[in-house]
Ligand binder design. Sequence first.
Ligand code: PLP
Ligand code: COI
Length: 339
Amino acid sequence: MSTVELDWENLGFDYMELPYRYRAYYRDGKWQEAGLTTDANITLNEGSPVFHYGQAAFEGLKAYRCKDGSINLFRPDQNAKRLQNSCQRLLMPEVPTDMFIEGLKQVVKANEAYLPPYGTGGTLYLRPNIIGVGPNIGVHPAKEYIFTIFAMPVGNYFKGGLTPTNFLAADYDRAAHKGTGQSKVGGNYAASLLPGAQAKAAGFADCIYLDPLTHTKIEEVGSANFFGITKDNEFVTPKSPSILPSVTKYSLLYLAKHRLGMETKETDIYLDDLDHLTEAGACGTAAVITPIGGFQIGDKLHVFYSQTEVGPVTKKLYAELTGIQFGDVKAPEGWIVKV
Ligand code: PLP
Ligand code: COI
């Protein structure tokens, strides 16, 4: 398959309108017609609950071109499950796993010319999303829904890739203690726009949210989870009801334990105990693994490993994770689905 001409090595994380997207419609209590379309626009009734009450959930995952030319999806069943959980939280109909994975495959195949070549570091980012639509005005769930999957070639989400970057402790919360933080719903991201913009204006890559109850513990980045490596070579990551269960984070927990022989723990990570972390990073589909250099808390900058060099454990985890995703390292059973 020939590819289009793009600067594959220098892709950022920007919208690009590709030829095809998958779309499915839910009406009369069931999923109706589903398939590919070339129309990137959706026309909706003005009363659609997605516009007023934020009835919207999404996912993010990637397709990877392997050395042998085949195409990998990384743990798409986990994204399907998480979307089902988000749908339950917002009273939306669940998208069945088979339909979710079939839609991903169709979108990747149809837009294959935009899949970055092996070795460029680029991937095809896939964005499934579901919205509540149709005439409505009271605060109650929609009767109709649209599920879409669109795609675009991407490179680094945070500039610099494996070069450490600085983050700012947020004053705001993105999600309440028992709110919607565990679900990948639009409202969480709307709530993160202002603190994210303030962090970026102050020269940081993004902010790191603290636990909404006490503001004494690390929660997560606005677009990725947080992990640290302790002085005892343990992989630690926050345990909280208000953070997103990251597929990347759970994959790293597994790889740290089973491939790197480390102890691992989901636990509280207190701001006043950061000295026991020798390395820290942001992890997620878009972020992959982004080393955290400095963490600004109030007027104090806490540096984990270095502001210029990636730490050795972070580097090993990155190699193991991306090696599996691009098909160069043997994957644990069930992690890779071929397109
Ligand atoms: N946390 C938030 C708020 C996110 O938006 C993401 C991105 O999906 C993640 C964590 C990482 O999740 P995953 O590894 O499943 O991409
Ligand atoms: C992802 O990593 O897929 C995300 O959804 C993060 C995003 C908000 C860019």
